[in-house]
Design a protein. Sequence first.
Length: 159
Amino acid sequence: MNFAVKDILIRAAQPLDLDVLVDYNLRIAQETEGRELDAAIVRRGVQRLFDDPQKGVYYVTELDGAVAGQLLITYEWSDWRNGDFWWIQSVYVAERFRQHGVFKALFQHVKALADARPDVCGIRLYMDAHNDRARAAYERLGLKPTNYQVFEIDFVLPH
């Protein structure tokens, strides 16, 4: 199966995409971290984003009549820069569409949107430190590692 970038349709996800977004998020967790997420919690999380667009926006690609990939943008205010960083999260490309430029097209689309906005001061993402394939893809697109490391305390939220 060969596709050209011109064949890739990119659009903001709609509530009708809920099932595929949930499925892809479950797959991301399994593939990248070996984690089994609770599908009901993920469904509520994705739905909450549709209910409150201030939280972020999913972009999806369509190829061959199917949602081929997804990318979520969330926002972080920077007082140092007086602008928003757009955080790329929940990146997933369905296996049959990998190595066809789907992520590259999604990234370029989001970068063009960010470039056109005077309130966006940068694009960031985090990745598993051992994901060499993702690292190579991000570096090819011009993303650079920073000196920062991510620390967290993981809280279990009530359902």
